[in-house]
Design a protein around this ligand. Structure first.
Ligand SMILES: *Cc1c(COP(=O)(O)O)cnc(C)c1O
Length: 378
């Protein structure tokens, strides 16, 4: 691939950890900034924005925006008004787009926070026009996602109505950008080019993280990565080109040896085939560890690193706890009070997701509010 270079994998260590904490999420803002700069270089001339919706994919909107501003980012995307207001507080001079578009009743606050909605229908264009003197807006075209966006066959009409406003961006969104060879990508680009032709001098944007790497390089004037900034692999068909940003550690609360046949956890989904050393750690589904990572026969289970050794989840993930089989871990690392790693240098977001039957985006965005958070880097 040439363009995709294996990233440096190491997150900075930030021990010692606070003894009162049972789960710690470390967010490496230097890695976040590096990932943004790498994507900005790949954009080759196009501007690189940043999607910071859903609390910057669960990692914290305000610190993420601050780090991205320092790296040189000037354009941000959020999903909704409230996120937009938070982003505005963190970035007084940035351009901030709201992907929800114009939600009925939201116009006044959008204007007050100088947020630019991504309008997704002719009706939204008219409504937004009524809020001021040619207010700024993005126009979002639907090229196949069928969630929202102006249908391509209404592009001429949209251009007509857009005379009442000041379009600052025309945009669309890919359905299958993680699939490099999917013919839909090409069809969406063609449809977008059609719509864009009606807005000749207006900047255009189509690429999320994965689309930055598509062979067509549909970067246009502005790319809009989210996932890859936060360490998610935008190229599942190749080595991850970005650095991990989130590191999740949990503490061992209890250990024991159990006899063959003894079960672990609710509903006795797992029982010991032989004498087994086990450890209970202080995170569970209330922290965002998916129940899908439950360890029982015949399915992939979550894993944690205990003293550098991978130890599988056994039994059902419960609200506050996960139990590990630590039979093969070094004894001094598998003791009460020690820390284990659930996400980080070795267990990437994609792997944690595939072991839980979900996607990396869900792993990141569900990392719960109960974790202590460390921000390291700029
Ligand atoms: C979430 C989102 C993005 C960012 O996508 P990633 O895959 O996280 O890079 C870009 N554009 C739109 C419209 C989105 O909803």
């Amino acid at each position: 691939m040439g363009i995709i270079e294996p990233a440096a994998r190491l997150l900075p260590r930030t021990e010692p950890l606070d003894p009162a904490e049972t789960g710690v999420l470390t967010v490496d803002l230097a890695a976040l900034a590096d990932n943004w700069r790498m994507l900005a270089r790949l954009a080759s001339g196009a501007e690189c924005g940043a999607v910071v919706k859903a609390d910057a994919y669960g990692l914290g909107l305000a610190p993420a925006v601050r780090a991205l501003l320092l790296a040189g980012c000037r354009t941000f995307f959020v999903a909704n008004l409230v996120e937009g207001e938070a982003a505005r507080a963190a970035a007084p001079d940035a351009t901030i787009y709201v992907l929800d578009g114009l939600v009925p009743g939201a116009a006044r606050r959008l204007v007050a926070a100088d947020l630019i909605p991504a309008l997704g229908s002719l009706g939204e264009i008219d409504e937004w026009a009524a809020t001021g003197h040619r207010p700024k807006a993005a126009i979002h075209f639907d090229t196949g996602m069928n969630r929202f966006g102006v249908p391509i066959h209404e592009a001429a009409e949209a251009a007509e109505r857009a005379r009442q406003i000041t379009p600052t961006l025309v945009m669309s969104h890919f359905v299958c950008s993680q699939m490099r060879d999917e013919p839909r990508n090409e069809r969406q680009i063609e449809a977008f080019l059609d719509a864009r032709a009606r807005f000749s001098d207006i900047p255009a944007s189509m690429a999320n993280s994965s689309a930055v790497f598509l062979p067509q390089r549909p970067h246009f004037d502005l790319i809009r990565p989210g996932y890859a900034l936060y360490g998610g692999n935008p190229t599942p068909y190749a080595e991850c080109p970005v650095r991990p940003v989130a590191r999740l550690m949990a503490r061992i609360l209890s250990t024991r040896e159990i006899e063959p046949g003894a079960c672990v956890g609710y509903d006795a989904l797992w029982s010991a085939p032989q004498r087994t050393r086990i450890a209970t750690i202080g995170v569970g589904y209330a922290d965002g560890v998916p129940v899908g990572a439950t360890g029982c026969d015949g399915k992939p289970a979550g894993e944690a690193l205990v003293g550098g050794v991978r130890c599988p989840f056994i039994g059902r993930v419960s609200m506050d706890y996960v139990v590990l089989d630590v039979s093969h871990a070094p004894k001094d690392a598998a003791r009460r009070g020690e820390w284990v790693e659930l996400l980080g240098d070795d267990i990437c977001v994609e792997e944690a997701a595939s072991r839980a039957g979900t996607i990396g985006y869900e792993i990141l965005t569900r990392l719960g509010a109960r974790f202590a958070r460390r921000y390291v880097g700029p």
